[in-house]
Design a protein around this ligand. Structure first.
Ligand code: DHK
Length: 144
């Protein structure tokens, strides 16, 4: 079984309540449930973690790398646009990484157009709502 980490950053624990017109009405719990079930069907074991704290996200990436994970699906939330440290952790992990955003960050405020993660990710999905997590998982499941 390929091990895949599903990492969600700040404020994504508020999904379902937070600006549903932008982020949709699904909760993070539903997203994790769906990804776990889809992963099983694709031969992947999905482990999920969310934190509002940069260091906790970085520690989890290190742990998953040390535990022999294959891939990482990451929605870094607001840290997308600010965190060199999170980018460095992803690079150091060697995990095959797909960046996911629920919203189309390129169609929003200028400060959201720049991602520090995109340049080191294998792929990026933005603006496809919660389906984006499924697309990322299918991609990672297909890779050798
Ligand atoms: C989620 C956030 O929390 C924002 O800070 C990003 C991203 C966009 C999303 O679309 O999932 O700018």
């Amino acid at each position: 079984m390929k091990k895949i980490g599903l990492l969600n950053g700040p404020n994504l624990d508020r999904l379902g309540k937070r600006e549903p017109e932008i982020y949709g009405s699904d909760t993070l719990e539903q997203i994790v449930e769906n990804a776990t079930a889809l992963g099983k069907g694709l031969g992947c074991e999905v482990s999920a973690f969310q934190s509002n704290h940069e260091g906790a996200l970085i520690d989890k990436i290190h742990q998953w790398a040390d535990a022999g994970f294959y891939g990482l699906i990451i929605n870094p939330g607001g840290f997308t646009h600010t965190s060199v440290a999170l980018r460095d952790a992803v690079v150091a992990s060697g995990l095959s990484t797909v960046e996911v955003h629920l919203s189309n960050i390129h169609a929003r405020e200028d400060f959201r157009h720049k991602s520090l993660i995109s340049g080191i990710a294998r792929g990026v999905v933005a603006g496809m709502g919660t389906s984006g997590y499924g697309f990322a998982l299918r991609y990672l499941a297909d890779q050798n």
